[in-house]
Design a binder for this molecule. Structure first.
Ligand code: UDP
Length: 493
């Protein structure tokens, strides 16, 4: 018989800015290096900005590598306006299942494996239905997966109907622990529907054939090792660290202005400050951060977002309820985030500081020779982009699993230094003195700053090794693709 066709892998990405990009890169690598064909499925209609982001990521893929399919919109009008962002995504994915099923059944030549993103665990049921392997993509790290594993173990260890609190601290693996204060959002408040949705999602994971994690073994080796042992003992599905996946975004004219400004700065003189695609600080915190940057005397490039007025630390600008009293679709407003900076701040720092509204070409900024440190909300993509550029960080976690990421970056990988007050992990304001001290420790390094800089360079080299041909992450992905080739039941050509 003629050789079997490449196994066709279908990847289903949640509608979050930080998920579509790494899944697209995973799909691209499966095609480019591991002999697979890949289709990336995305959702639409949750927010115009997220749809635009997905489209930009898909457009950035090389022609004729990864096929892309966008599922039609489904109505979310009946979901309460104040529902948690996670609840919205779980609902969107659940309601889109019939469309996804129809698409999967329509694929000529069959599907060799399904890879479902975090939030899309229900897709594993479709894998069972189709009789193909079902894998979970974790856009975060193995520490977050270890947390999810323990969360279910503790919860389901309780007698029926009984609740058991997560221990404080909770052991993740080896001597790596996290405190309740650092646990990801949504896993502690049983009165919020998202708690139960997360529990159901993570329970499903135990039926997965494996996990593909956007991390690499040298970054969190203790946790990776403990997962290997668990898989050998049949206690948990195999976990494959296959990252880091980093892709630069588009070249908008406004974005190029950042790079041109950086070109005029001395090497290693600039602190990059950014809180991801949705992070928000309070008005007071925005002013303290500005004062701290001014006080430090160092160069900075700050991506300023609209401040929060209600204590929320993120705004994904969903437009699932267009009848909402408050228009959360920022696109229609002409509000200027820079207007919230202290009076005279831009004038006093002009020349050494640049504040841009809402967005900067982050991957390129981090790899620019002028950039020396990154004040970051610790979204996992941002963390990996910083590590890949060898830039040490000041962690400023805000939402989702970012406090777990900050623990890994600070205490396990050693590439980040926390400002003193942020260690509390509560809503308190980080003062200007603390901001200035944290920035200075990395820019005019003392002992701790020098160690973080050294670790950042070491991790940069480790990340490059991991993803190069023959590197640890490359081998892990090859192993998984090899399994898919063996189980591929697609007909002979
Ligand atoms: N990003 C960017 N410019 C910005 C803000 C974010 O290019 O001004 C990109 C960033 O490089 C990263 C992604 O958006 O790839 C944000 O993902 P992350 O996981 O760090 O955080 P999230 O936005 O999902 O909280």
């Amino acid at each position: 018989p003629s050789p079997r066709p490449s196994p066709h892998v279908v990847l289903v990405a949640s509608p979050c800015a930080g998920h579509v990009m790494p899944m697209a890169e995973l799909a691209r690598r499966l095609v480019a290096f591991h002999g697979c064909a890949a289709t990336l499925v995305t959702f639409s209609g949750l927010a115009a900005s997220l749809d635009a982001h997905s489209a930009a990521v898909l457009a950035s893929l090389p022609a004729s590598s990864v096929a892309a399919v966008t599922l039609p919109e489904v109505t979310l009008d009946d979901v309460p306006a104040d529902a948690n962002f996670g609840t919205l995504i779980f609902e969107l994915v659940r309601r889109s299942l019939p469309n996804l099923r129809q698409f999967l059944r329509s694929i000529g030549g069959g599907v060799a494996a399904l890879v479902s993103d975090f939030f899309c665990g229900v897709v594993l049921d479709l894998a069972v239905e189709l009789g193909v392997p079902g894998y979970v993509f974790v856009p975060s790290n193995t520490a977050s997966l270890a947390f999810m594993r323990r969360f279910v173990e503790v919860h389901d260890g309780a007698a029926p109907g009984e609740y058991r609190d997560l221990p404080d601290p909770l052991r993740l693996a080896g001597d790596v622990t996290i405190r309740v204060a650092d646990m990801p959002d949504g896993y502690l408040d049983r009165s919020n529907p998202v708690f139960w949705q997360l529990l159901e999602e993570v329970r499903r994971y135990r039926r997965a054939d494996g996990f593909l994690v956007n991390s690499f073994a040298e970054m969190e080796s203790t946790i990776v090792e403990e997962f290997k042992t668990a898989a050998e003992q049949g206690a948990f599905p195999p976990v494959y660290p296959v990252g880091p996946f980093v892709r630069p975004c588009s070249d908008e004219a406004g974005e190029l202005a950042c790079l041109e400004w950086l070109d005029r700065q001395p090497a290693g003189s600039v602190v990059f400050v950014s809180f991801g695609s949705a992070g928000m600080l309070s008005v007071e915190q925005t002013r303290e951060l500005a004062a701290g940057l001014e006080m430090s005397g160092h160069g900075f490039l700050w991506v300023v977002r609209m401040p929060s007025h209600d204590g929320e630390s993120y705004d994904f600008a969903t437009d699932h309820r267009n009848d909402d009293e408050e228009d959360r679709d920022g696109g229609g407003h002409d509000d200027d985030p820079l207007a919230w900076l202290p009076d005279g701040f831009l004038e006093r720092t002009s020349g050494r500081g640049l504040a841009v509204a809402s967005w900067a070409p982050q991957v390129r900024v981090l790899s620019h020779p002028a950039t020396a440190a990154f004040v970051s909300h610790c979204g996992w993509n941002s963390a990996l982009e910083s590590v890949s550029a060898g830039v040490p960080m000041v962690p400023w976690p805000l939402y989702a699993e970012q406090k777990v990421n900050a623990v890994i970056l600070t205490e396990v990988a050693g590439v980040a230094l926390r400002p003193a007050a942020a260690r509390g992990g509560v809503d308190g304001v980080v003062t200007r003195e603390e901001v200035a001290a944290a920035v200075e420790e990395l820019m005019d390094p003392g002992e701790k700053g020098s160690a973080a800089r050294r670790r950042a360079r070491e991790m940069q080299a480790a990340a490059a090794r991991a993803r190069s041909p023959g590197g640890a992450s490359h081998r892990e992905l090859d192993e998984v693709a090899g399994k898919w080739k063996q189980t591929n039941r697609a007909p002979y050509e």
